[in-house]
Design a protein. Structure first.
Length: 246
């Protein structure tokens, strides 16, 4: 083989290798992004289980400011206790789970925090759907239940964090649910009103109080007595008139 031909062949091989490398790097980026939850030795019905959550940053210009988690069935916001996380971040319960938020993280920095769960439910695995918000308003939705089907077929989707559980220990039992807070009245909601007397209720009560032991109203005997007295007076007056005339 002539040297010019060999040089051209090597040049072409080099170009193909470089192109393959570029494609590999370009496709590897999304696959590395993830949101995860971990708990060492987690078991169904386990108590006071420490969960560590992490969510990868996918923005090259904004920092993560908030993570919103949708809790799986069997865990309520009241079962969650915040342990640690990024500086200045705090946990707040929501109607379907909780949020962990605070000052924006550095561009490219992943978000990681730790919580304690009062008790895990009796299940084989738990899914914690997560919405990840950036300082520019962008939101990554880590909610897919199967990244192979929902993504591009190569694991490049946004799968929800999933925690696999070992079977419950022998004799493990579910503890009573966390007491729910009493609902408070808000604007526009009806509130309980104090009981008030209805029209005529006072009169009825007075009438009830005036009944004798036989159930006869007190006004009845009073009226009869008045009638008898009137008849007696009339008879006396008529008798006296007749006597005077004689």
């Amino acid at each position: 083989m002539h040297h010019p031909t060999l040089a051209r062949t090597l040049h072409r091989l080099g170009a193909l290798t470089a192109a393959a490398f570029v494609v590999t790097v370009a496709t590897a980026g999304p696959a590395a992004a993830h949101a995860e939850v971990e708990a060492e030795g987690a078991r169904a019905l386990g108590r006071n289980v420490v969960l560590t959550f992490s969510a990868a940053s996918e923005s090259g210009s904004a920092g993560i400011t908030k993570l919103e988690v949708v809790l799986p069935k069997g865990i309520t916001p009241g079962d969650i206790t915040y342990k640690e996380g990024p500086d200045g971040w705090k946990l707040a319960p929501t109607g379907r789970g909780y949020t962990v938020s605070g000052p924006k993280l550095a561009v490219g920095e992943d978000a990681e925090y730790v919580v304690t769960v009062r008790q895990l439910p009796d299940a084989e695995s738990l899914v914690f759907k997560t919405l990840q918000t950036y300082s520019d308003g962008k939101v990554d939705r880590w909610i897919e239940l199967d990244d192979e089907e929902s993504g591009d077929g190569h694991g490049h989707g946004h799968p929800a964090p999933r925690l696999e559980l070992k079977p419950a220990e022998a004799g493990a039992k579910a503890i009573s649910p966390t007491p729910a807070e009493e609902p408070t009245a808000t604007a526009g909601e009806p509130t309980a009103q104090p009981a008030t007397a209805t029209p005529g209720s006072s009169a009825k009560a007075a009438a009830d109080d005036g009944e004798d032991d036989d159930g006869m109203p007190l006004a009845v005997p009073v009226g009869i007595g008045a009638a008898v007295l009137a008849l007696g007076s009339g008879a006396w007056w008529l008798k006296r008139r007749r006597t005077g005339a004689a």
